[in-house]
Design a protein around this ligand. Structure first.
Ligand code: SAM
Length: 302
């Protein structure tokens, strides 16, 4: 384990990406580096920040921070799960930190959750340094597969894995590195092939309307070319550069209204949530005017 990291200078970690958000960066003050290594798949860093708790970074990009992670995990999990209303079989691709799994098992109707994570290092480090996220990885409904999510879906499509899913959540890292294939047409086609007829997929878009709206429009075009319905919603997460993250949600069931929950959380369920509620479910699909024009008009030029 090395004691320094190229993204840390004078005790400040800075997230930069010339390709996706040139000319800006996001910084957090570092108290101490807890882990730094190169796994078989990516550069892996965990540090203790001064204000946001422990932070997991893959290939220089923040994946989650203890203080605000619930804003991401709750929205990427509960928007599709409550929009579906009665999901029984759920697939999570990526998500080795366990935060999304923690949210999925809050739904009593879910009978089985499969986690497909390529990098065991992430799971091991999350168990050690992010116990609030990894706490449900050993839940009896959870099955962990250590393999490439793209290959896993190919196996489902070719019936080597005989299963279909009600909700599929792509909780991946960003397009550079092992998650690159998740942002291409073939991936969306594989997702569609793995869904039950009224199934819903959701994927983190790795961008938001301020950072790279052209990229989002390209992803939305792909989603619309594969699914009958595709929508964009977002969540606010201070430790993602510029404070927002887009989510793309799709279904082939035209009767389904994914912008509103089919089922509302019970009082017990709502009490266990910190970000999601039925109002924010609906509100997360409402965009500022300029962004709505560009995202919804597939022919518009910026
Ligand atoms: N919340 C995060 C975000 O939006 O930045 C994502 C968190 S989760 C840590 C992302 C996970 O996706 C990582 O653990 C990474 O190893 C995993 N991953 C990347 N490529 C993958 C692939 N091809 N198959 C399965 N998992 C993959």
């Amino acid at each position: 384990m090395s004691s320094q990291h190229p993204s840390i200078k004078e005790n400040w970690f800075t997230e930069l990406s010339d390709e996706h958000f040139p000319g800006q960066g996001f910084s957090l003050k570092v108290e101490r580096i807890l882990h730094h290594s190169r796994s078989d798949f990516q550069d892996v860093l965990v540090f203790e920040s001064s204000k946001y708790g422990n932070v997991l970074v893959l290939d220089g990009i923040i994946q989650c921070a203890e203080r605000d992670e619930f804003a991401y995990q709750e929205m990427i999990a509960h928007v599709p799960l409550f929009a579906h209303g009665n999901p029984k079989n759920v697939l999570v691709i990526g998500g080795g930190d366990g935060g999304v799994i923690r949210e999925v098992v809050k739904h009593d109707c879910v009978e089985k959750v499969t986690l497909v994570e390529i990098d065991k290092t992430v799971i091991d480090l999350s168990r050690k340094f992010l116990p609030g996220m990894s706490c449900a990885l050993d839940h009896p409904k959870v099955k962990i597969n250590l393999c490439d999510g793209f290959q896993f879906l190919r196996d489902v499509a070719h019936a080597a894995i005989d299963e279909k899913y009600d909700v599929i959540i792509t909780d991946s890292s960003d397009p550079e590195g092992p998650a690159e294939a998740f942002f291409q047409t073939e991936y969306f086609e594989l997702l569609k092939a793995a869904l039950n007829p009224s199934g819903i997929v959701i994927a983190q878009a790795s961008e938001n309307v301020w950072l790279n709206i052209d990229y989002l429009r390209r992803l939305m075009r792909i989603a619309h070319s594969v699914f009958q319905k595709a929508d964009y919603c977002y969540t606010t997460v201070p430790t993602y550069t510029s404070g927002q993250l887009g989510l793309i949600i799709c279904s082939d069931d035209c009767r389904l209204s994914i912008t509103k929950p089919q089922r509302h959380p019970s009082k017990r369920e709502q009490d266990a949530l910190k970000y999601y509620n039925p109002e924010i479910h609906h509100a997360s699909f409402i965009l500022p005017t300029w962004a709505a024009r560009l995202i919804n008009d597939r022919n518009a030029n910026e």
